[in-house]
Design a protein. Structure first.
Lengths: 396, 336
């Protein structure tokens, strides 16, 4: 009897494989081992099969001469003198360019449309609603093809270019005068930076003072004077140290100047317009999530609709908006790979298109491309998460 | 998306599948030949409104099916774009690639392919608008040129302009369809591809009469079928199918004269049609394999005439593709 009692008071004696702690560790260990073995087996098999089929493998192709041309290169690139590695960077930069600009335009347009949809102006809100419902419900690829063909068909032939102030517009693209900075322009650039820094400082000071005293400062006019007025004054004093390389019409093409390809324009426009429709909905949802009492309280304190939106509603709405906004940014970046359909040389077109075909090394090329998109997406997420934690409600 | 699916298929195939060397057995068991074809190029590979495929490359695949399966219609044609074609062959999606593909050393070695011969000797040319008043490719300095991605054309173009010290603006598209459409819309001054394809594509632009093909041929483009590396038996079957079509023309055996040939006393013809020797069995086929090809598809000359030659809308001169004894360079080893 006494021995039974002492047995009950001792910690439970279970066989080790029935111990939940041991079990959970063992299960995880087995799972890891199985996954590890599958990955190893697949890799080993791939290497063996590639070797047996005599398909080249490895990353030696990276330093081989590419031998093909690319229509838009942000860095120095030539078919004869550049490698596949260089072509990869050209493609990556083209992707980042269109994605970066696309995110900016889509955000601006999305916020405008999202807020317009909530406007009390009947026409404005119906137009915004129509825009969102139309754009959001059509496949993006179709829209890109439409914009590309609409751009090409609407524009005149190169010999009948539209010329405005030294800029040419035709079905080969938009050719803008390229600015050439002469000596003395450095001072203007420095003044501009000083102006921007000054206006940020003034903005912060004005916000602090408003929080403390409730007095508003003319932020807009001071910023305008600092950012535009100051550099312009220095620019005039320095004797206008800026020239332009105007594009000139040659026999076939237009030489000189900065060139914006129709493929780029169509892709940027298509991506921005498409993603903006989604962002508009995200913004609308965010604003609707802020309780009506907040704006009513602001009105009763005498705030006008503008400051109410800017100071009360949007800061609270941002907490709801940012996480889905991040997904939209990621979507835009990934959707930029549809460039391949309209001939814009992005990473997928250049690298998993031409480079893959010329080298035949599908496994390596696709792996690199997937890794790149993963890195871009994770970086975007990280930045947005940092921003989100700054905007999040600080609990007291 | 199809392309991505193909790549995934390749990755999965190389990661999971063992070696499959027995293509001939696989084709016989399946009762169907999977043939990678063009799908958009008149004269080489194009399905008509009824879904019936025609073209020089299509005839070639039908000839293999005739030799192996005794039925030229037991072919499943898989339309492939220029940049997907090798992946499709490597992954086993198709048994043979007959898609106006240029034979080059790197494709023969590092892509894991074997080219089985040349069924069309081609070269790269340019198409421009007549209104441009350009008479030579050397006048194209600074021109924008539309080109299809994943082709030797893309590389030759860069070489040619570099060698001629001319500027160029390449606009690259994933498929020939998109490239031609953009050229037709005025995006480019010129469209470049193999000369044979230029004649075919010219029929598709809005006003074919407004476009000319420049006289320069800037490259050698020996177009031929290819198979996977590492299956010598299948390689032999595909290679000798092509040789049989060329040899038949040389021996004057056509689909119309086959019955006479079957009764011929000429030893060369007897060996060809299988009334003497067992050359077909050496290939893993039947004795009458070559006779089947000619009866069901025709010889090389017949195929050429009906698909790209004078009895086709393309009306391309035979030129280099004449037989070696008629002034061309088409030449096949003898069957004996």
């Amino acid at each position: 009897m006494s021995s039974e009692i002492s047995a009950l008071s001792r910690p439970a004696q279970v066989v080790f494989y029935n111990d939940p702690k041991f079990r959970s560790i063992a299960y995880q260990f087995v799972l890891c081992a199985v996954v590890g073995f599958l990955v190893y087996g697949a890799t080993r098999n791939a290497i063996d099969n590639l070797a047996r089929a005599q398909i080249a493998s490895g990353f030696g192709f990276w330093n081989t001469t590419a031998g093909f041309d690319i229509s838009q290169t942000l860095i120095e690139y030539s078919a004869r003198g550049s490698t596949y590695g260089r072509a990869f960077w050209v493609g990556l930069l083209n992707t980042l360019l269109v994605a970066g600009l696309g995110i900016i335009f889509a955000t601006i347009l999305g916020f405008i449309v999202g807020i317009s949809r909530l406007s009390s102006n009947w026409l404005l809100s119906k137009v915004a609603g129509g825009y969102v419902e139309t754009i959001r419900n059509l496949p993006l690829l179709l829209q890109l093809l439409f914009w590309y063909n609409a751009v090409l068909k609407a524009l005149p032939d190169i010999r009948e270019s539209i010329v405005v102030g030294g800029a040419f517009l035709n079905n080969r693209g938009l050719f803008l005068p390229e600015p050439i900075f002469k000596s003395g322009f450095g001072a203007v650039a420095i003044t501009a930076l000083v102006g921007i820094a000054g206006s940020i400082a003034f903005f912060l000071w004005a916000r602090k003072r408003q929080e403390r005293t409730g007095q508003q400062a003319p932020v807009f006019w001071v910023t305008l004077a600092l950012v535009l007025g100051l550099p312009l004054a220095v620019f005039a004093l320095a004797g206008f140290p800026l020239g332009f390389d105007f594009p000139k019409a040659g026999r076939f093409n237009i030489a000189g100047g900065v060139e914006v390809l129709p493929e780029f324009a169509a892709l940027l426009f298509g991506l921005s317009v498409y993603t903006a429709a989604f962002i508009a909905e995200v913004v609308r949802a965010g604003i609707l999530a802020v309780s009506r009492g907040q704006s009513e309280a602001a009105y009763s304190l005498g705030l006008r609709p503008g400051p109410t939106l800017r100071l009360i509603v949007v800061p609270q709405a941002m907490r709801v908006i940012i996480p889905p906004l991040t997904s939209q940014y990621l979507n835009l970046t990934k959707n930029s790979s549809l460039a391949v359909a309209i001939g814009y040389p992005d990473l997928v077109q250049v690298f998993t298109g031409t480079v893959l075909n010329q080298t035949g090394q599908a496994v390596e090329v696709v792996a690199i491309t997937m890794l790149v998109y993963l890195v871009i997406s994770l970086t975007t997420s990280l930045l947005m998460n940092i921003y989100n934690s700054r905007m999040a409600l600080s609990e007291r | 998306m199809k392309r991505f699916a193909t790549i995934v298929a390749l990755v999965v195939a190389v990661a999971a599948q063992g070696a499959s060397a027995q293509t001939l057995k696989a084709v016989k068991d399946r009762g169907m030949l999977n043939c990678g074809a063009n799908g958009t190029l008149a004269g080489f590979g194009l399905p008509d409104a009824q879904g019936k495929w025609t073209g020089l490359d299509v005839d070639f695949c039908r000839a293999i099916a005739a030799a192996v399966l005794n039925d030229p219609d037991k072919v499943k044609f898989v339309p492939l774009s220029a940049k997907d074609r090798f992946t499709a062959l490597q992954s086993g999606e198709v048994d043979v690639l007959a898609r106006n593909t240029t034979w080059t050393s790197s494709r023969d070695t590092s892509l894991g392919l074997n080219f089985t011969g040349v069924n069309y000797y081609d070269g790269q040319g340019f198409m421009v608008r007549t209104a441009l008043k350009v008479n030579s490719a050397l006048e194209l300095n600074g021109a924008a040129i539309c080109v299809q991605q994943g082709t030797t054309t893309e590389l030759n173009l860069a070489d040619y302009f570099a060698a001629s010290k001319m500027q160029l603006k390449t606009v690259t598209f994933a498929t020939a369809n998109e490239a031609v459409k953009a050229y037709d819309a005025g995006r480019c001054d010129a469209y470049t591809t193999d000369a044979s394809a230029l004649y075919a594509e010219r029929l598709r632009v809005a006003n074919p009469g407004d476009h000319i093909i420049l006289p320069e041929i800037i490259s050698k483009e020996p177009l031929g079928p290819a198979v996977r590396h590492g299956d010598d038996q299948w390689f032999d079957v595909v290679k000798w199918t092509l040789f049989a079509m060329i040899d038949a023309e040389e021996l004057n055996i056509s689909s119309k004269t086959l019955d006479e040939a079957m009764k011929s006393a000429n030893p060369e013809i007897k060996r060809f049609v299988g009334t003497e020797g067992n050359f077909g069995e050496q290939l893993g086929l039947t004795k009458d394999w070559a006779a089947r090809i000619i009866k069901l598809v025709g010889n090389y000359g017949e195929s050429f005439e009906r698909n790209v030659g004078q009895s086709s809308p393309l009306k391309i001169e035979r030129g280099l593709n004449k037989l070696w004894n008629k002034g061309g360079i088409q030449y096949a080893p003898p069957i004996r």
